[in-house]
Design a protein around this ligand. Structure first.
Ligand code: HEC
Length: 119
């Protein structure tokens, strides 16, 4: 029986393709792992935010619109207003009237709202 000359070639081609797929999948895994690692510090930053003093959270996230000393700028002044903690938290959560919603969240938002009622 004559050997078919296509078979060795086809075998190598198939092996090559399989190898590419395997290496490709491995490569994706590595990329995903890297991304997962990169996500970690972000989460940490978020929980760190709530452990910062409210003044700092405010100056990092709100002062650009409400002024370094709560005196107001593009946003209204926040000093000396008699907003309740709830009203402030709602404003932080929902934004509106030019203020973006959810600038800060959770514990950080609570802390800043509480602090703002005393300003
Ligand atoms: C991009 C600009 C911008 C940022 C950032 C911003 N605000 Fe505002 N904020 C505004 C504007 C504009 C208004 C006025 C909304 C309106 O008139 O309804 C406002 C309204 C408010 C009010 C209601 C004031 C009132 O007298 O009714 C509170 C409280 C407030 N912001 C708190 C915050 C806090 C706390 C942060 C940071 C977490 C923050 N804002 C970040 C623009 C901003």
């Amino acid at each position: 029986m004559k050997r078919n000359p296509i078979i060795p070639f086809a075998t190598i081609a198939v092996l090559g393709i399989v190898l590419m797929i395997v290496l490709g999948a491995f490569g994706m895994n590595e990329v995903q792992k890297k991304q997962a690692e990169n996500d970690e510090p972000k989460k940490e930053q978020k929980s760190n935010m709530a452990s910062q003093p409210p003044e700092k959270i405010y100056s990092n996230n709100c002062a650009s619109c409400h002024g370094n000393n709560l005196q107001g700028a593009m946003g209204p002044k926040l000093k000396g207003n008699d907003l309740s903690k709830d009203a402030i938290q709602t404003q932080i959560k929902e934004g509106g009237g030019g203020m973006p919603p959810g600038v800060i969240k959770g514990e950080a938002a609570q802390k800043v709202a509480e602090w703002l009622t005393k300003q």
